[in-house]
Design a protein around this ligand. Structure first.
Ligand code: FAD
Length: 468
């Protein structure tokens, strides 16, 4: 029987990054993945393909709607080819997954293809699609089996017309009317892809705001922008029924006034979140506990109730984000090597890759109010920024929340062009426990979008933004 120091189950960003770090630290490491390609949800049907389609559709929108204002005239018709877009996306995915395979070889990680299931706390059976199962021995195991799309109990996902994000990444036609259930990050990103390509998009959201887990100011601003872009947003609407008749999907929902609305579309994307995935793992044989929501229970060192078994990423508590999974993978392996790594979960940034982008780190105003923390707000609108006017990306703002007494930055919330990249400055500053004045005193290159961060910090410091 093959023996390993660390066996990692699942090759998503949690699992494969853990495997690389384990290889770097000299552990004899195995990675087990049930699919033929490595990279998990993120690389195959998540972060990377969705960003590839967002980019392609963004180019099309630029060409058809924005270039004229820049003095660029297209004399012929601008057309898109959905098949080619999906092919390009697939090529990006393939390249990225192949890159992970290369990294496994480079770091001397043995890769097994098959479903991993526990035989005991130290023995793992790998069952390939074809051929005989193999049992390997693990001193330590890291469960990194990720998540799967959630649905509502009364919805029948047929994966043709009533679909999840996985199918939405490979449609063969642009929907005429795409009904999205769920106004969170995945629904809005994929909704925007098809809206740019000409679909009518209606989003039905149960809570009173889109992107409800982020600072409410961001949701309000994004609502304005998406409505300008032609989105129909039904917040505070509870979906009660989804039915399909041929190519027509009907979604019924209760409005806040108690009325029933009925939307008819040709596709319905169910984007109501994701559920931890542990099917097939046979956790019982190892004695690993799950909580009432199906997540593997871990302590703050990501150790399960079975001391030699750890779990990371979407399958445990916390934000379902690739970079959170990566940090956790590194943390577990470094601990096993006797190091003392640390993750500050308050400083895991969250990003929505719509345009304008939305990015956030730290506490929202709502959280600070609930915690009874006295805070001050510095906000700066992109429209006052030379760089934003130069590219006509004037929607959005940067909002910095700082402690009233100490001026320490407690939260940064950005909606606007390139927010996804700009949030890194805020995370760095907060990791070093910067005050708003610290950021305000940093020289930011001109003209850049990041000047809005400096201006918001100036506003938070003594209400002395320069260009406001
Ligand atoms: P996963 O990536 O889900 O990987 C788990 C792997 O384990 C899978 O490959 C699975 O096949 C394998 N597995 C499961 N059970 C077994 C078993 N028994 N044996 C062997 N293998 C098994 N996050 C971001 O941070 N940024 C984004 O922009 C972003 N965009 C997204 C867009 C979409 C459409 C979706 C769906 C998700 C997006 N996410 C994004 C979320 C991100 O994909 C996840 O948070 C991330 O993939 C979680 O990583 P993980 O390693 O925990 O699990």
């Amino acid at each position: 029987m093959k023996m390993y120091d660390i066996v990692i189950i699942g090759s998503g960003p949690g699992g494969y990054v853990a495997a690389i770090r384990a290889g770097q630290l000299g552990f004899k490491t195995a990675l087990v993945e049930k699919y033929n390609t490595l990279g998990g949800t993120c690389l195959n049907v998540g972060c990377i393909p969705s960003k590839a389609l967002l980019d392609s559709s963004h180019h099309y929108e630029e060409a058809t709607q924005h270039l004229e204002a820049h003095g660029i005239e297209i004399t012929g018709e601008v057309k898109f080819n959905l098949e080619k877009m999906i092919e390009r996306k697939a090529a990006v995915v393939e390249q990225t997954c192949t890159g992970v395979k290369f990294l496994m070889e480079k770091n001397k990680v043995d890769v097994f293809t098959g479903v991993a299931s526990f035989e005991s706390p130290t023995q793992i059976k790998i069952t390939p699609k074809e051929g005989t199962p193999e049992i390997i021995e693990a001193k330590y195991t890291i469960i990194a089996t990720g998540s799967k799309p959630a649905t509502l109990p009364f919805i029948k996902l047929d994966k043709e017309r009533v679909i999840t994000s996985t199918e939405a990444l490979k449609l063969s036609e642009v929907p005429k009317h795409l009904i999205v259930i769920g106004g969170g990050v995945i629904g809005l990103e994929l909704g925007q892809v098809y809206s740019r390509l000409g679909a009518k998009v209606s989003v039905v959201e149960y809570t009173d705001s889109i992107i409800p887990t982020m600072d409410r100011g961001l949701g309000r601003e994004l609502t304005k922008v998406l409505k300008k872009q032609g989105f129909n947003l039904y917040t505070s609407h509870k979906v009660t029924e989804v039915t399909r008749d041929g190519n027509i999907v009907t979604v019924k929902a209760n409005s806040p006034k108690g009325e029933t609305i009925s939307l008819e579309g040709d596709y319905c994307l169910v984007a109501v979140g994701r559920l931890p995935y542990t099917r097939g793992l046979n956790l019982e044989a190892a004695g690993v506990q799950k909580d009432e929501r199906g997540r593997v229970v871990v302590n703050d060192r990501l150790q399960t109730n079975v001391p030699n078994i750890y779990a990371i990423g979407d399958v445990v508590r916390g934000a379902m984000l690739a970079h959170k999974a990566e940090e956790e993978g590194v943390l577990v392996v470094e601990q096993l090597a006797g190091q003392k790594p640390h993750i500050d979960y308050n400083l895991i940034p969250g990003v929505v890759y719509t345009w304008p982008e939305v990015a956030s780190v730290g506490k929202s105003e709502e959280q600070l109010k609930a915690d009874g923390v006295a805070y001050k707000v510095g906000q700066f609108a992109f429209r006052a920024l030379g760089r934003a006017r130069a590219s006509m990306d004037t929607d959005g703002f940067v909002k910095i929340l700082a402690d009233s007494q100490t001026d320490e930055v407690l939260g940064v919330h950005i909606i606007g062009a390139r927010a996804a990249d700009m949030i890194a400055e805020a995370v760095t500053a907060m990791e070093f426990r910067a005050s708003a004045e610290d950021i305000a005193r940093i020289c930011h290159a001109h003209p850049t979008f990041t000047e809005a961060v400096k201006e918001a910090a100036l506003a938070a410091t003594e209400n002395r933004a320069i260009h406001a």
